[in-house]
Design a protein around this ligand. Structure first.
Ligand code: MRU
Length: 354
């Protein structure tokens, strides 16, 4: 299974996803600024993967800090936290990783600066390992909703490349296949950065999973002719009412699913659910440069010089279109998500059964 990022011999090795599928090139990062640049330029992308990259970037940056004591160490870490937080605004996972690291360090206040640096490396690797386990759990809960012979539509890339491994939206598909079900995947190409064409199609083919690539505008026609049984997508940030921010075009797919009575599932690790945000309109939506729309990979121009462009990288799907949010703790109706914040919640009563 393809690895988007790993910590190796004191360096962070990152697969440059902007070159896929033409070239498989790994970048050796020895400096946290390179990781921040890589997140901005989409060398690494996908909400959980950029959370892991931020954690590894912070660990890398921390190794060069000279500090006499805990307070000095924390003060010098602050600009590194801020650099990571300023890279991409929509995915909550960077904020989640920074908050987790900050609280781990606060819990270790009495330890030496050298030990704290080691703790940061351990924590970044723990975040990566846990992400893979979380995805497998999402896969086990999600596979229950997949029947033998199903054709599944997905949008963007929420596979191994977008995570520590296994993917979120792809995990139920991988587990369903392990269970012996025959599954087909339909991948939306996902304009303008083409994560579906370049990444999802590529990684599913590497896994030997049958995949058909379509243009984004074909999804409705295929649903109408009965060729799609269910849809599974990932999320960059889900509000506590179940509104889902994900790659631009996800909302269109969800509305089309409703029209055609097709279940629309969102695979979301709990780290992608922002319980501090009450509804989707409060999620910051990243706008990216016009050249992603006017040019194909900065090379071939496909729009007139100077045309006005609006390039929103994400949209928000209102919770009423979401059949269930599949987390590592089970699949839940969007309206039940906020109940997960309670201490004495009975998960079994809350879970959506297939
Ligand atoms: O702009 P990207 O490629 O980072 O957008 C990625 C997505 O929208 C994914 O669907 C989302 O991050 C979920 S990844 C498990």
């Amino acid at each position: 299974m393809v690895k988007a990022i790993e910590w190796k011999d004191g360096k962070v090795i990152m697969l440059d996803q902007s070159r896929l599928p033409i070239e498989v090139k790994f970048i050796e990062c020895t400096d946290y600024q390179i990781i921040a640049e890589g997140i901005k330029k989409l060398w690494i992308r996908g909400a959980p993967a950029i959370g892991i990259a931020a954690a590894m970037g912070i660990s890398l940056g921390a190794q060069d800090i000279r500090a006499e004591n805990f307070d000095e160490f924390m003060e010098r870490l602050e600009p590194i936290f801020n650099t990571m937080l300023s890279t991409r605004p929509t995915a909550v996972n960077i904020k989640w990783a920074v908050e987790r690291i900050r609280s781990v360090l606060i819990g270790r206040r009495g330890e030496s600066v050298d030990r704290l640096k080691e703790v940061l490396i351990e924590e970044a690797n723990k975040i990566l390992d846990e992400d893979i386990e979380v995805n497998k759990a999402i896969g086990r809960w999600g596979a229950q909703f997949i029947k033998d012979g199903d054709t599944i539509l997905t949008h963007c890339n929420a596979g191994s490349l977008a995570t520590g491994g296994y993917g979120t939206a792809t995990a139920p598909i991988l587990i369903a296949i392990e269970q012996g079900k025959k599954i087909q995947v339909i991948a939306d190409e996902t304009r303008p950065v083409l994560q579906g064409a370049r990444l999802t199609a590529w990684e599913l083919m590497q896994e030997g999973i049958p995949v058909t690539l379509i243009t984004d505008s074909s999804a409705g026609a295929l649903m109408k002719s009965g060729e799609i049984d269910l849809c599974i997508v990932g999320t960059d940030r889900t509000a506590r009412n179940g509104d889902v921010a994900n790659k631009i075009g996800t909302y269109t797919v969800a509305v089309l699913c409703r029209e055609h009575d097709i279940p629309f599932y969102v695979a979301a690790p709990l780290s992608s659910i922002d319980f501090s945000i009450s509804f989707g309109e409060l999620i910051p939506i990243e706008e990216r440069g016009p050249e992603e729309v006017t040019h194909i990979f900065g090379k071939c121009q496909i729009a007139p010089d100077g045309v006005k462009v609006k390039n929103m990288a994400f949209d928000v799907t209102p919770h009423r279109y979401v059949t269930a949010i599949i987390t590592e703790k089970g699949a839940f109706r969007p309206r039940d998500l906020k109940k997960l914040m309670r201490d004495n919640v009975n998960l079994d009563e809350l879970r959506l059964k297939p």
